[in-house]
Design a protein around this ligand. Structure first.
Ligand code: CA
Length: 227
């Protein structure tokens, strides 16, 4: 799951990025309205957390541009403004939720997850199962044959991406764009290493093997091909 945070207050921006990254999200951060507007309009995100008061281009305008362009990505407004008129304006412009600063990170996280569940039919399900692998997206829990697999937030995010695209070959570039942030250096073999670690935890000691390497193309999660 890839999020964009548009926030000009350094402390809050860094706090959000760190907290959401630790939860396994890939987070791009824009520290002003112009960058935020550009990223929101050009890059695909699963959700945008948008400050209202921003230098250059304010949050209202970014939201308006998004909706005018027909982009219905969930937008969560995060703002110090708490007047009823502002809330109404945000919701009328098409914001999906509205959170007033100061806020508790746990509440933000709960609202983010709620919006992501509503976001698209493909991610509506809270659970995934294939063979003896079970994923609980809400609790961020993976089990195989009922045995708990301890994954890092990043590993779970990687497995979740593969599971949500079961049967599809995902290229390294796509995996990088969805699980890592914009600063990811695609020349590295980070993804191959991450896949290897993930396999060691959830595939090597179990049958059937579920993560498959498609040579020259990428990775796929599915039942093994029947010969
Ligand atoms: Ca601000």
């Amino acid at each position: 799951m890839k999020l964009l945070v548009v926030e000009d207050e350094t402390k809050i921006a860094d706090y959000l990025r760190q907290g959401l990254t630790e939860e396994g999200f890939a987070v791009d951060l824009a520290r002003n309205g112009l960058d935020g507007h550009h990223l929101a309009m050009t890059a695909p995100y699963d959700l945008i957390i948008l400050d209202v008061m921003l230098p250059d281009v304010d949050g209202w305008r970014i939201l308006q541009s998004l909706r005018d362009a027909g982009k219905n990505v969930p937008v969560l407004f995060l703002t110090a403004r708490d007047s009823v008129a502002d809330r109404v304006k945000g919701l009328e412009l098409g914001a999906d939720d509205y959170l007033v600063k100061p806020f508790a990170f746990s509440e933000l996280l709960a609202r983010v997850r709620t919006q992501l569940r509503r976001g698209s039919p493909a991610i509506n399900a809270d659970r995934f199962q294939i063979a003896n692998l079970e994923l609980d997206y809400l609790c961020r829990r993976a089990t195989r044959s009922g045995q708990r697999i301890n994954l890092t937030a990043k590993e779970f995010a990687l497995l979740e991406l593969l599971a949500r695209h079961q049967g599809e070959v995902l290229s390294r570039a796509l995996i990088a764009s969805q699980v890592w942030d914009i600063n990811f250096d695609s020349d590295t073999n980070v993804i191959d290493v991450a896949i290897r670690r993930l396999r060691a935890k959830m595939d090597d000691d179990f049958e059937p093997k579920l993560i498959h390497t498609v040579r020259g193309m990428g990775y796929r999660l599915d039942l093994p091909d029947e010969d």
